[in-house]
Design a protein around this ligand. Structure first.
Ligand SMILES: Cc1ncc(COP(=O)(O)O)c(C=O)c1O
Length: 353
């Protein structure tokens, strides 16, 4: 078989590691599990799995539109928000076109671009944050997409509302900005972008959100994008008719109604992140202040060495070598006892050096 050249360049995604018996803090999942309302909806919908789902996700669409203050026609659903990145590239990238994004960020932007024969132009972060000026400078006549991960995975850093608004005002109108807000619900910075307002001002913007993180539904694979209805109509052309399954749609709808669970998840993460941050500071570890449900910690030893030491304490974290940070790990905010074990492992590692 002759593999397409662009496909030969792709390497399969390497997910956060699981280890039997270990607490998993390697994939930024919700340690509180799913909302009880979502679990009940999954049970209820089990009797309907012989039926095709509503391909347009009508009920969830209506509910989300009212929660997010947009028109139902502005929403596109994906089998995870990953899939919407592929829709964006599938709709707009011709072979030889470019997409601009950060160098140390979520890998699927590069994947989606390369899949359609595009080139991903990776712009180095500046002090761990997207360098929006350099990203603007990297846009040329071949550029169709710009990916901004806010908060950024794996650093947890963010760009503010004003910074994003200025950036968007300078991106050529024919270039689509994909603003990935997978972790936005965790953000508490007062100047964190109000993406609804940005959507009102910029028609070349799509904002991606997911039910995989704060809603605790990563296994069900539901993500959504909100954008101008013309963009959403373009993306609908490359979408499979039943890309989100009926169980997932029902669970997402129920999860949206469970504000209490979302608030609890936010509170759990903020408290844990503050405590872990204070401990890291007290121990003298360098880390990025995070707006997400994870923290990126400098290990000063190869990430794999740190990964192994932490695993010995019964916790898996993410070694960030594949992200381009060979001496850093990413730790999802979990239970205090698990974070204590991570910290203790990092301390013993330092002592034995
Ligand atoms: C920044 C970012 N965007 C998107 C995703 C994927 O989300 P989903 O599960 O909705 O595909 C992840 C998953 O880790 C992520 O870190």
């Amino acid at each position: 078989m002759k593999l397409r050249e662009s496909v030969a360049e792709l390497t399969p995604y390497s997910p956060g590691k699981k280890h039997p018996g270990a607490v998993k803090l390697s994939s930024n999942e919700n340690p509180l599990g799913p909302s009880p309302a979502a679990i009940a909806a999954v049970r209820d919908s089990a009797t309907k799995i012989h039926l095709y789902p509503d391909g347009s996700g009508g009920a969830l669409r209506a509910k989300l539109a009212s929660c997010r203050g947009c028109a139902p026609e502005q929403i596109v659903f994906g089998n995870g928000s990953d899939e919407i990145m592929v829709f964006c590239a599938g709709a707009y990238i011709e072979p030889g076109d470019t997409a601009v994004g950060a160098d140390i960020t979520f890998s699927q932007y590069r994947f989606a671009t390369t899949l359609f024969g595009g080139r991903y132009r990776a712009v180095p972060l500046i002090d761990g944050v997207h360098n929006l000026n350099s990203m603007l400078a990297a846009i040329d006549e071949t550029t169709r997409l710009v990916f901004v991960c806010n908060p950024n995975n794996p650093t947890g850093t963010y760009r503010s509302h004003d910074e994003m608004a200025t950036f968007l005002s300078m991106v050529p109108p024919g270039v689509l900005v994909v603003l990935d807000e997978a972790y936005a619900e965790y953000a508490d910075a007062p100047d964190f972008p109000r993406s609804g307002e940005l959507l009102d001002s910029f028609s070349n913007l799509i904002v991606l959100r997911t039910f995989s993180k704060i809603y605790g539904m990563a296994a069900l694979r539901v993500g959504y994008g909100i954008g101008h209805r013309d963009i959403v109509a373009d993306l609908a052309r490359v979408r499979q008719p039943f890309n989100v399954n009926g169980v997932a749609l029902a669970a997402a709808e129920a999860a949206l109604d469970d504000d209490g669970f979302v608030r609890k998840s936010i509170e759990f993460t903020r408290t844990g992140k503050r405590r872990f941050g204070d401990q890291l500071t007290a121990e003298g570890f360098a880390f990025y202040r995070s707006q997400a449900n994870f923290v990126c910690v400098q290990t000063d030893v190869p990430a794999e060495v740190a990964y192994t030491r932490v695993l010995e304490s019964g916790v898996t974290v993410r070694a960030l070598t594949s992200f381009g940070l060979p001496n850093a790990i990413r730790v999802t905010i979990g239970e205090e006892a698990s974070l204590d074990r991570v910290l203790a492992s990092l301390c013993t590692l330092r002592e034995t050096r």
